[in-house]
Design a protein around this ligand. Structure first.
Ligand code: NAD
Length: 459
């Protein structure tokens, strides 16, 4: 049973959408600019809230939560007229004399549900696409990042009337209730198990959706890799946000001949980034909640620890930690880690690890550190994953030219840049015919001799 306040909110958005206001490109551009101005005015509040939720230092909060939204808004404002323009496409000869067009149509009322790990960015980024494409939006931030959720509500309700864009707070029950609404599009970012629930709920109303999910993203360190680069970029991608990043390298597969040198380089990189005591480093984050901290503690296998392992429940602190040699059968290899613990599995056969990756759910990201062209091509060709990088980690997410999304159990659909606009638009095909004689007249049931003749010609 949908809560009556939510039901009213939904109805008011439906009415607003049908007023036609959001179809005007000028209205969308103004809304994007308004969003940018309001975020700008609240930058300090956003950074303070992200610090309260995740102990994330201000520069990092700005870099990972805010600056990407500005880039996305700027790109949308510059290109929206092109993206939204009717597209003329060729018409096959047998449909002549007609013309063919593709219209970009907003879906209507959209529901955007976000997780807690980049609590501001992961709600605002899809919102930019929803606005650019001419939709209204109901935003559901995560209940675990409650400080950021409160600032989001303030920003959105300062910038927009609720019948256009609004924030609905709450946890599991409230989200389930929102999912009962027959909205026109759902954009969900979160875990695989909840993604399944969201898809089942969407199926009940046949609502189209995007699922941005997670999973275990491997990093392969080939024997041809530059170990300095590999260690530096793996520690950057893994320990940023204390490992609570959907595309963080979840585990490392390192060739056995370079394993020891790689681990030594990795330890050096961690110490260079966070010092000997990461708990005292201003740029090292904390685990979001006691519950998430306890889950991570249950994955720590002290017998395999080669670095780190210091923890503090009171502070929800887990030191950057390396487990080696890890094994595919280890408990930590059975679920997405989503924390600062890095298992390192040595391998001897590339074919064998490709086979093992392919037998598991398709990862959201895959990283390969390799300086051999044929090996690079082989890994890209023979494994399926959402997206990734060669000789890098996580940075593929920051380019609005690259679609971001998963495949198989790591997600459905993609966004960023023009892909966000496309995600939030229905592509409506129109064949425009005239009153002259055309294919319909030929195909109309009357004798059929001429039709047979035409089909013969078309063969
Ligand atoms: P989550 O799935 O627990 O929660 C996500 C959202 O769903 C929250 O707003 C929450 O309130 C709601 N929710 C939780 N349980 C629900 C239920 N049973 N029914 C309906 N709604 C429910 O995810 P999380 O713990 O907030 O985030 C971590 C996960 O998100 C990780 O798996 C991570 O990989 C993934 N993630 C993916 C991306 C991506 O872009 N692909 C980005 C960030 C995080």
């Amino acid at each position: 049973m949908v809560n009556p306040a939510i039901q009213n909110l939904y109805q008011s958005q439906k009415v607003f959408f049908h007023s036609g206001k959001t179809r005007e490109i000028g209205f969308r551009i103004d809304a994007l600019k308004k969003l940018q101005e309001t975020i700008f005015a609240h930058e300090k509040d956003i950074c303070a809230a992200v610090f309260a939720d995740l102990h994330k230092e201000e520069t990092d909060a700005y870099a990972t939560e805010i600056s990407g939204i500005y880039d996305e808004i700027k790109n949308a404002v510059s290109n929206i007229r092109d993206w939204a323009a009717r597209e003329k496409v060729p018409t096959p000869g047998f449909l002549m004399p007609s013309k063919s067009y593709i219209y970009k149509e907003p879906f209507g009322v959209t529901l955007i549900i976000a997780p807690w790990n980049y609590p501001f960015q992961l709600l605002m980024m899809p919102l930019v696409g929803a606005i650019a494409a001419g939709n209204t939006a109901i935003l559901k931030p995560s209940e675990w990042s409650s400080h950021t959720a409160a600032v989001i509500e303030r920003i959105i309700h300062t910038a927009f009337p609720r019948e256009y864009i609004c924030v609905a707070q709450g946890g599991v029950e409230e989200t389930r209730s929102l999912l009962e609404l027959p909205v026109d599009y759902i954009f969900f970012t979160g875990s695989v198990p909840v993604g399944k629930e969201v898809m089942a709920a969407a199926a009940r109303n046949l609502t189209p959706l995007t699922l941005e999910l997670g999973g275990k993203s491997p990093a392969i360190v080939h024997e041809s890799a530059n170990l300095h680069t590999a260690s530096k970029r793996i520690s950057f991608g893994k320990f940023m946000n204390a490992g609570q990043t959907c595309i963080a390298p979840d585990y490392v597969l390192v060739h056995e001949t370079v394993k020891d040198a790689f681990i030594a380089a990795l330890i050096k990189s961690i110490q260079k980034f966070y010092g000997e005591d990461a708990s005292a480093h201003p740029r090292y984050c904390r685990i979001i909640s006691d519950r998430h901290f306890q889950r991570l503690m249950s994955l720590l296998d002290f017998s395999k620890m080669v670095y780190g392992g210091k923890t503090s429940a009171a502070d929800r602190y887990i030191e950057p930690t390396i487990l080696s040699p890890a094994d595919w059968k280890d408990k930590i290899m059975q679920e997405e880690i989503f924390g600062p613990i890095l298992p390192v599995i040595p391998y001897s056969s590339l074919d064998d690890i490709i086979d093992k990756i392919n037998k598991r759910p398709k990862p959201l990201a895959l990283y390969m550190f390799v300086n051999d062209k044929n090996i690079r091509k082989k890994i890209i060709r023979e494994t399926s994953f959402g997206g990734g990088a060669v000789n890098n980690t996580i940075m593929h997410i920051v380019s609005h030219h690259l679609p971001f999304g998963g495949v198989g159990s790591s997600g459905l659909g993609c966004y960023h840049g023009k892909y966000s606009f496309d995600t939030f638009s229905h592509t409506k095909s129109i064949l425009r015919s005239y009153n002259l004689t055309d294919a319909v007249d030929i195909a109309a049931p009357r004798g059929g001799k001429f039709m047979k003749f035409i089909l013969k010609l078309a063969r």
